[in-house]
Design a protein around this ligand. Structure first.
Ligand code: IPE
Ligand code: IPE
Ligand code: MG
Length: 255
């Protein structure tokens, strides 16, 4: 029997009813290169297909009612890839913003970019800023794009700002609290990710959201990113809903 995607969603949603959905889901979209090479295709074809999977994932996140989605699109370490792959990825980001921005804006999506901005190509910077500005008043899904992002770099940039404030006498050292550092991070104002999904079977963070992931739930799946679809997303959400988050305390079931 064939079941429509919407029926799948309803079935899945009712299984999750009563359980709390994650507010913020972060994705380490991994496995594009392997998806392509296993088909005898150039790695760039995997990135192209990965973009399709990303578009579908964003639509599904909006449908399900996720508040914030963060995507790891290019890490501060990804510059070490061959120049041809790096420039393909830059072109893909450019095309994503140029082609999808109006659709995302119409869908009330708010875009935010995180990651280091120093040394980035001026054209790309301008596009990213325009995307943020255009969508800044939107009230639907918040799409956080981690581009040229490395968590250690983010933490160091935040620490430097705070250290400068202390050196200038604007802040006392004891005012450097968890809240103060959180406020200086690129993710300021966002809830921490409740769920971090990594595809392709790798089980590491690769310098993603190290500070914010302190109490995140992790979900690893073997699917390569271009194969990640709505059903895979629902499976991850169902798995999340069955988790018992204790934050160092005791399970609610214990009381
Ligand atoms: C993830 O896929 C996309 C980026 C890192 C930009 P990969 O390109 O890392 O694919 P694999 O891990 O080599 O298969
Ligand atoms: C993490 O994937 C970065 C992105 C998905 C953008 P990588 O493929 O770069 O991570 P490693 O090298 O396997 O740790
Ligand atoms: Mg990879």
């Amino acid at each position: 029997m064939s079941v429509s995607p919407d029926r799948d969603l309803q079935a899945s949603a009712s299984e999750r009813s009563g359980a709390k959905l994650p507010r913020h889901v972060a994705f380490i979209m991994d496995g594009n290169g392997r998806w392509a090479t296993s088909r005898g295709l150039p790695r760039t074809e995997g990135h192209r297909q990965g973009l399709e999977a990303l578009r579908n994932m964003i639509r599904h996140a909006g449908k399900v009612g996720i508040e914030v989605v963060t995507i790891y699109s290019f890490s501060s370490e990804n510059w070490s890839r061959p120049e041809t792959e790096v420039s393909f990825l830059m072109g893909l980001l450019r095309r994503f913003v140029q082609r999808d921005l109006s659709e995302l804006h119409d869908a009330n999506v708010r875009i935010r970019i995180i990651g280091g901005r120093n040394g980035l190509d001026a054209g790309i910077l301008k596009l990213l800023q325009e995307a943020e500005e255009l969508t800044s008043g939107n009230t639907g899904l918040e799409l956080v794009v981690a581009f040229n992002y490395g968590a250690r770099d983010e933490i160091i940039r935040a620490a430097q700002v705070l250290a400068q404030k202390v050196a200038a006498g604007e802040m006392r050292p004891e005012e450097l609290t968890e809240a103060a550092l959180t406020e200086q991070l690129d993710t300021r104002g966002l809830p921490d990710p409740d769920l971090i999904i990594r595809t392709s079977g790798e089980m590491r963070l690769s310098n993603f959201l190290l500070w914010q992931a302190a109490y995140s739930e992790f979900y690893f799946c073997d699917l390569l990113w271009p194969d990640f679809d709505a059903a895979a997303f629902d499976k991850a959400l169902d798995c999340f809903c069955a988790r018992d988050r204790r934050y160092g305390g005791l399970s609610a079931k214990t009381y």
